[in-house]
Design a binder for this molecule. Structure first.
Ligand code: UDP
Length: 457
């Protein structure tokens, strides 16, 4: 996309953007914030001190963009708390952060000249603490969903809202909802956030209409307020060749890109289970041996904290045996990896960002969901969009070990499947069209900006 295609900026709009402090939430909100900045907004991006520190450690410094600044507040948890590995506790702590976030914005605003008055708060769907802040500042609360719109449907049942859902499976529920145990801290925190997000003045979703259909997106509107698809929010920057590693909470290993340069087109399997999923040592062994047995080159993200309670160990001799066709990294610049012509398939935990990124780059998926909404994403990729494969029964038994033979044969099926590749290419084209001027998501963002302008008058 050319810069001149983007309508000239409208001055003096100011969005405060607040993600949940987890990688899969910071990334899409950073991308969306940057889209708004390009279209005339001044941006205040608000992290928690913990996530800001993680991002600074990995990226060394925040890149400087005009009209874009970062602020942070304390989440109130002790420094040694694991945060994302105890998500329920983290969310419960964040739910109480309204006053501290408001104090931060008021204090900062008084001391900074040249910062326009706040026009709206764009907040992660799981950051309800910003509700009171927006109400007290008298500005709209814009809730940003970084999930498949359809994932909200089963959740509405749990929240007590009526919904007519055909073909609903128990495994379509977010994993945290399955037990429905009132004393479970994450169940309670998510239910609370879900109720609170119904108070949104505006709902935006990181998806595109051509993928999900307008009805699924409109269903997120609970009180007559607009619900619009604005994604894939990372894609405009990718098309401009400007992906940023700004939001990474792990140091990215860029040399995997040079390794990819040396591989044949479409030959490499990319393997990543995102930022939160854990695997047992036994499972890691079977993955390693399955990848080895598949015969395909692979780029594997082996996060330093992926094994439950210890450092992951690779099977004896594995690295030596696969040295000519494997690259192991603790974190990668994933958008650049998926965009690379050598990558022909993605073995993924089916996180929504990874799923959307893969689809938008035309890469077929082999889904292996672990938690949260990943099961539904995987089902949609396989059954509705026909762009992916999966493993049997990982959704009904979380302790099931997928054997090396299963990994080996599923990888082969994925890498040799021309129908999946063709379908992935079609979806890539549709995603690009959606974010280009005149496309559905581009037009929705324009409508959103117009509404914010009206409200700011
Ligand atoms: N990601 C990355 N490098 C990696 C692995 C993941 O940049 O090596 C990014 C990926 O592009 C995505 C995010 O981390 O934007 C993961 O989000 P997702 O929703 O897929 O999964 P989660 O981490 O929330 O489970």
């Amino acid at each position: 996309m050319m810069r001149e295609d983007i309508p000239s900026p409208v001055l003096s709009l100011h969005a405060v953007v607040v993600p949940l402090p987890a990688q899969g939430h910071v990334n899409p909100l950073l991308h969306f914030a940057d889209l708004l900045r390009e279209r005339g907004f001044f941006i205040t991006f608000v992290n928690t001190e913990w996530s800001e520190k993680r991002m600074l450690q990995s990226s060394k410094q925040f890149s400087h963009r005009s009209s874009f600044r970062f602020l942070s507040f304390s989440d109130g948890l002790p420094p040694e708390h694991g945060r994302t590995d105890q998500l329920g506790e983290l969310m419960a702590a964040l739910a109480k952060c309204g006053p501290v976030a408001e104090e931060l914005l008021r204090r900062d605003h008084g001391s900074c000249s040249g910062v326009p008055p706040v026009t709206c708060i764009v907040t992660d769907s799981a950051m309800s603490c910003t509700l009171s802040v927006a109400a007290n500042l008298g500005v709209p609360r814009v809730v940003f969903w970084s999930i498949l719109s359809e994932a909200k449907r089963p959740e509405k049942l749990i929240s007590g809202l009526p919904w007519n859902i055909p073909d609903l499976w128990p495994t379509d529920l977010m994993s945290f909802y399955r037990e429905q145990n009132e004393s479970d801290v994450i169940f309670k925190a998510l239910l609370y956030e879900s109720h609170q997000s119904n108070e949104a003045d505006y709902t935006l979703v990181n998806t595109f209409e051509e993928l999900e259909g307008r009805d699924a997106i409109s269903a997120l509107s609970t009180n007559g307020c607009p619900a619009l698809a604005v994604g894939p929010v990372f894609l405009p920057k990718v098309l401009q060749g400007e992906e940023s590693k700004l939001g990474s909470m792990w140091g990215e290993n860029e040399s995997c890109l040079e390794w990819l340069d040396k591989q044949r087109t479409g030959s490499v399997l990319y393997v990543s289970f995102g930022s939160l999923a854990l695997k047992s040592q036994q499972q890691l062994d079977d993955i390693a041996l399955g990848l080895e047995g598949s015969g395909h080159p692979f780029l594997w993200v082996l996060r330093s904290d992926i094994a439950q309670g210890h450092t992951a160990v690779l099977p004896e001799g594995f690295q030596k045996r696969t040295t000519d066709r494997a690259f192991i990294a603790s974190w990668t610049p994933q958008l650049k990896v998926l965009e690379h012509e050598s990558v022909g398939g993605f073995l993924t935990h089916s996180g929504w960002n990874s799923t959307l990124e893969s689809i938008s780059m035309g890469v077929p998926l082999l889904g292996w969901p672990c938690l949260a909404d990943q099961f539904l994403n995987c089902r949609f990729a396989k059954e509705i969009w026909k762009v992916g494969l999966d493993f049997k029964d990982v959704d009904v038994d979380e302790n099931r070990v997928v054997t090396r033979e299963e990994v080996e044969s599923a990888v082969r099926d994925l890498m040799q499947n021309e129908l999946l590749r063709k379908r992935a290419f079609e979806l890539k084209e549709a995603a690009i069209k959606a974010v280009m001027p005149g496309g559905s998501s581009f037009t929705n963002i324009t409508a959103f900006i117009q509404d914010m302008l009206e409200k700011a008058k």
